[in-house]
Write a protein that binds this ligand. Structure first.
Ligand code: MF3
Ligand code: CO
Ligand code: CO
Length: 269
């Protein structure tokens, strides 16, 4: 979501056990959509076709609601962001080609609760540089996830992601951030992917939020295309993003949108 700067009142909801159970279901369904669509992501398909498949799966098979559709006027059911597109790309007639990198961002609503997750796809033969960028973005997300526990301050979370990304000579997007999530798509708090240690809100058990770092190959500056949605890098260099919905537990965290293919990452400390 778009980061708002300046003073504001923050009202974070603590989920009850019953709500957490619903968040688990919603998270699982969002993750399942990414698993389902994987085999269709290949050179030659359009982002519009991927949108259609996800829409049908979510509405018919899952009996759930694709949250992006009509959200503040967004016209499609998923976001597809290719190459130098940072986020909020609108699926359409664009044909994916070998060498492209693609983010698919899925948010579903089930029984009133949201699950939000995204992953990167490498199409055909991608350059080693692309693979590195995509890998650093995924590691940055997981580095952040592993910090989560009661008492962790959001400034520390942001700092650890930022430091990792910058050590690899990439940059973190400042204008968009992770967010609380639950009955609403975007709730408090804002989860920035950069920050100052020892600052910010302290996490409590029962908070649910996303971590979704956007990592740019070049500079962090972005602009929004005239379609009013697609966010691109100003320098037109590549960008990569991964996202999970996380629950802060009594002892640490639970990844509500975990996919089997990330099991190894999930078991790493
Ligand atoms: N899924 C995005 C996020 O992670 C938000 C997309 S809003 C939309 O916060 F309207 F573009 F779908
Ligand atoms: Co999100
Ligand atoms: Co998302």
């Amino acid at each position: 979501m778009q980061a708002l700067h300046g003073a504001k009142n923050v009202s974070v909801t603590i989920k009850t056990l019953a709500e957490i159970e619903k968040m688990r279901v919603a998270g699982r369904l969002a993750a399942d959509v990414l698993d389902m669509i994987s085999e269709y992501v290949a050179p030659g398909v359009t982002t519009g076709e991927l949108n259609e498949r996800c829409h049908r799966y979510i509405t018919q098979h899952q009996q759930a609601i694709p949250a992006p559709l009509n959200y503040q006027g967004f016209p499609k059911s998923i976001c597809t962001s290719v190459n130098h597109q940072v986020c909020h790309g609108i699926p359409g007639d664009r044909v994916l080609r070998s060498g492209d990198i693609l983010n698919i961002d899925v948010t579903i609503i089930k029984d009133g609760y949201h699950g939000d997750t995204s992953k990167m796809f490498l199409l055909g033969n991608t350059k080693p540089f692309c693979n590195r960028l995509v890998d650093v973005a995924q590691q940055a997300l997981w580095l952040g996830i592993r910090q989560v526990r009661p008492g962790l301050q959001l400034g520390d979370l942001g700092y650890c992601i930022q430091r990792y990304v910058e050590q690899h000579r990439f940059s973190v997007v400042r204008d968009y951030c992770g967010h609380g999530i639950g009955r609403c798509f975007h709730e408090d708090p804002q989860v920035l992917h950069y920050g100052k240690p020892g600052t910010g809100l302290a996490l409590q058990p029962g908070m649910t939020f996303t971590i979704e770092p956007m990592v740019n190959a070049g500079k962090s500056a972005i602009r929004v295309l005239p379609d009013q949605w697609t966010v691109v890098t100003k320098d037109r260099k590549l960008s990569a993003q991964w996202e999970h919905t996380i629950l802060c537990t009594e002892t640490g965290y639970e990844v509500l949108t975990l996919r089997a293919e990330e099991q190894a990452l999930a078991e790493q400390n």
